[in-house]
Write a protein that binds this ligand. Structure first.
Ligand code: ARG
Ligand code: ZN
Length: 884
């Protein structure tokens, strides 16, 4: 059943208080709830009260203490309906029985390695008890948990612990009370054998907060980086947004089986292990960075998500886009801003752009869904964060802060919409952003074309913009959007020119900043076509457009190749230096792909090699920036720009360029490896991360040559590595080339690490994403590996997800990759529909390929959709993929 945003109606009944009681058992768990109900509108309604529920056994239902007779309510597989509730305030008591040990969907209450835990967002609370499972129903909760004291020594829920004690029969109980009103998706319960690392944080107003990270005992040493991250996040939110933590206790629980990354339940965040546990020996710099970002993300939700929540699930980006933006800023401030921005933009381009151009394209606020779980997407999260970033670009840091302050002032304790956020931002800045709300309703990545001209006699420089938003499913025609374009003009010596006046909208505007010269200004491009003319421009400049990637668009400018090489060498905006290199690389790759397809010999433009050599030799640039700047765009990005995606050609070309660069820059690459070794103990800070990143990037280039000296070098790096970052990078470098060395190294690594399931997941992913010939069979074999487990999402994402992300093997021309995925999806769907649905998405862009591949992929989608008992999750993705 499809649900539409336009059908939103306020609830007829409000829930003010919810008192829950859990009796945890191995065979069955009993859930008793007592709800204080009041009318949702002034005229006391007498409409039936419909509660959601799934996989529940109803034991009893009472209204104001009296058991309802069988003709006073109805039960169907998805609802319990109270037919004639009393007018006014009343008490509702419901008792249900559930079976967490059988719950493999990892939604609602389930077991993971013996412990109990919950995941309620988006609509999992209905698997715990009958309830109005919607975010605009906000109540104050208490939660009493009762269970065996030996099996479940730790009993946690949201808020404050107010009572605990022993019971007869070896049991004990704990009573929790959350003083803040919340929607049920933020409810959480955890019970089991866990131990904690404890620390504390004193907030800006002097509140002492106890911080606890809970894991199985043996993992406790691996929680120190997570604790560091949490304390930094708490401090950062106070400093940057004035937001303080609001309770005396903050818990984080680590769970090996978890569908998503983590969950922001009030004062009881739940994380999958990968995003908490780290040690230098077993986790990479990438893992450390991900932990910092996600610990921050979930903590920041306490204000953006929990204190102010969403009216309905269509508004998801209100909390997710905003919170991703906040975690990006947090990571930027603790690391390197340019490098973080490059990483975020790369992610957007490689994952969100394809989604926005395919059958699942949706605005950051979707208009409809069948299963909400399918809309926790890169569009809602990452593009949503870009939309939030545009407010900051328009209003500046202090204007953005004013907007945030007003948002909390107006909406603390409420469930609101994206318009409420927009209004707070505009009102706080006394501004209007015409056509800006289109970002919330129109899908598709806008393309912006820019052409420039310089008039010597009048000393004016003109930029003509036009925008085009492509058609997407259900949205054939689009309106112009508000696009902020940050821009600077670079003179022939490579310096930014001062910008004085600009003519646009038929008006002459002075650009000033309290008398200081302006070097970057933000153009407000909001019509189909618009011209901006800069005055007093002394010579023909090279424009640096869309600085810092000021809007989530595709830019198509008339900059020449030599302009781009000039910007690569000179732009004061480091992001745009990187970008100039990427534009050059994309053009180069596309033209070589055409050569390859016409069976012409491939040759690399020497200017490109020179440009990268200069970057590589720079002593002033950040090392991580250098690593990013010498890394070619991914296969997906290039395929995305072709009329018919050709994975084999793009792969051949990328491999060719990589080897060619490696051989021509070999001495510089070797020097970079040698000079970036270090014998210092592992530390996670920007300088050390940057050093390792550059070294590892160069090593991978070198090993692609598959020559004895570089293989030897990588082997010695592998053997001497004292941290996982360097150990894994050298293993990955070695595994590029099929053969005995590769096989031996992979086996050695497994033998070393087989006891550590997170490292084994990396080992699965490395092999799954490999583009060595015949890899489908390897991955098929790994499915049967004793360490693999279809019920653990982490392992599925590593092996199956990894495989789908490697274009050459997944898109093998004989259809073997498609057939493999088709079978796995059906198997997975029986276990965990959310995970199956994520995997089936790999098929969604099947129309992008040649006819042979199209037919093979389509056949798999048709096979999936005709399967018996298919979940709504998989059905939605598969049917939309076939329809578009
Ligand atoms: N709100 C979580 C976050 O921090 C994600 C939870 C997603 N849950 C789901 N069933 N899709 O982003
Ligand atoms: Zn989130």
């Amino acid at each position: 059943k499809e649900i539409f945003l336009k059908d939103y109606k306020k609830p007829d009944y409000l829930f003010d208080t919810v008192d829950l009681e859990f009796q945890l058992g191995d065979e069955k768990t009993i859930v008793a709830s007592k709800i204080g109900v009041s009318p949702g509108n002034e005229v006391g309604t007498t409409s039936p009260l419909a509660l959601h529920g799934r996989d529940l056994k109803l034991l009893s239902v009472k209204v104001n203490g009296t058991e309802l007779k069988s003709d006073e309510y109805t039960v169907d597989p998805r609802h319990l309906t109270i037919l004639t509730p009393p007018a006014g305030v009343f008490n509702l008591e419901i008792v249900t029985e559930i079976y967490p040990q059988l719950n493999t969907s990892l939604e609602g209450l389930y077991r993971s390695t013996g412990n109990f835990c919950t995941q309620c967002e988006a609509e999992g609370f209905r698997k715990i008890t009958y309830f109005q499972d919607r975010p605009d129903v906000m109540a104050k909760y208490t939660c009493r948990i009762e269970g065996d004291k030996t099996l479940y020594p730790v009993l946690l829920s949201n808020g404050n612990l107010i009572k605990q004690g022993d019971l007869e029969g070896g049991k004990h109980y704990a009573l929790w009370e959350d003083p803040f009103k919340k929607p049920c998706y933020l409810f959480a319960l955890v019970a089991g054998q866990l131990e904690c690392r404890e620390d504390s944080f004193v907030t800006c107003s002097g509140r002492n907060v106890t911080l606890r990270i809970w894991t199985p005992a043996q993992d406790l040493p691996k929680t120190s980086h997570a604790m560091y991250s949490l304390k930094e996040a708490m401090k950062w939110d106070e400093e940057v947004f004035g937001l303080e933590y609001d309770l005396h206790l903050f818990n984080i629980v680590v769970v090996p089986d978890f569908n998503m990354g983590a969950m922001e339940n009030k004062s009881l965040n739940v994380f999958q292990s990968r995003l908490v546990l780290a040690s230098p020996e077993a986790a990479t710099d990438g893992d450390y960075a991900a932990i910092l970002g996600v610990i921050g993300h979930e903590y920041f939700h306490n204000w953006t998500g929990n204190r102010v929540t969403c009216r309905d699930w269509f508004q998801l980006t209100l909390k997710e886009g905003l919170t991703v933006f906040r975690d990006q800023e947090f990571s930027s401030d603790l690391g390197c801003r340019t490098v973080k921005r490059i990483a975020d933009v790369s992610k957007l381009r490689s994952y969100q752009f394809p989604q926005d151009a395919g059958p699942m394209a949706h605005p950051i606020r979707p208009h409809s869904y069948i299963k909400m779980d399918n809309f926790y997407t890169v569009t809602v999260y990452e593009k949503g964060a870009e939309v939030v970033r545009m407010y900051k670009t328009m209003f500046g840091a202090s204007g953005f802060r004013k907007g945030m302050d007003l948002y909390f002032q107006r909406h603390d304790g409420q469930a609101v919409t994206c318009e409420d956020f927009y209004a707070a931002m505009c009102d706080a800045n006394n501004a209007q952003l015409p056509n800006f709300l289109q970002w919330y309703s129109q899908a598709g990545t806008p393309t912006v074309k820019v052409s420039s001209s310089y008039d010597e006699s009048s000393k004016t420089f003109s930029l003509k913009f036009s925008q085009d938003v492509p058609p997407t499913p259900g949205q054939p025609l689009k309106e112009p959007m508000f696009i902020p374009v940050a821009i600077g003009l670079v003179d022939s010596t490579g310096k930014d020119m001062p910008l004085t006046t600009i003519y646009s909208d038929g008006m002459l505007k002075t650009l000033s900043n309290d008398g200081q010269p302006i070097f970057t200004t933000v153009l407000q491009f909001k019509k189909k076509e618009e011209e901006f003319v800069f005055n007093n421009v002394s010579e023909r400049p090279v424009p640096s457009l869309l600085r810092g990637y000021s809007a989530p668009i595709r830019l198509d400018s008339d900059l020449t190749e030599s302009d781009l090489y000039f910007l690569l060498a000179n732009d004061s905006d480091e992001f745009n230096r990187w970008e100039a290199g990427q534009v050059l690389a994309r053009k180069l790759m596309l033209s070589l792909v055409a050569d390859f397809q016409q069976q012409k010999p491939l040759a690399l433009n020497p200017k490109f090699v020179d440009g990268l050599r200069a970057i590589l030799r720079s002593t002033s640039l950040d090392k991580e920036f250098i690593a990013k700047a010498i890394t070619l765009p991914g296969l997906g990005e290039i395929m995305d720009m072709m009329p018919v995606a050709d994975p084999d050609a793009v792969h051949a070309v990328r491999t060719f360029i990589k080897k060619e660069l490696a051989s021509q820059l070999k001495d510089d690459l070797l020097a970079a490896v040698t000079s970036n070794r270090s014998s210092e103990a592992y530390a996670f800070n920007h300088d050390s991360v940057a050093r390792r990143t550059l070294k590892n990037t160069c090593l991978a280039y070198l090993v692609s040559l598959n020559e004895p000296d570089v293989t030897e070098l990588a082997l010695s790096e592998y053997n001497s590595a004292t941290n996982m970052t360097e150990q894994f990078a050298s293993l990955a470098a070695l595994s590029q080339n099929p053969g005995q060395v590769r096989d031996d190294a992979l086996l050695d690594f497994y033998n070393k690490w087989q006891h550590d399931y997170l490292v084994v997941s990396k080992w699965f992913a490395l092999q799954a994403t490999s583009d060595i010939p015949g890899n489908v069979a390897n991955v098929q074999k790994l499915l049967a590996h004793p360490a693999f487990d279809m019920r653990n999402p982490n392992k599925v994402y590593s092996l199956i997800g990894g495989f789908c992300g490697s274009p050459v093997s997944f898109h093998a021309k004989d259809g073997s990759g498609y057939k493999f995925l088709g079978e796995v999806v059906l198997q997975l769907d029986k276990i965990n529909p959310q995970v199956a649905s994520r995997m089936v998405s790999a098929f969604s862009r099947w129309r992008r390929y040649d006819e042979t591949r199209q037919a093979l992929a389509k056949a798999q989608l048709e096979m999936i959709i005709s399967a018996n008992g298919l979940s709504e999750n998989v059905y939605e993705i598969a049917s939309k993929s076939l329809a578009a």
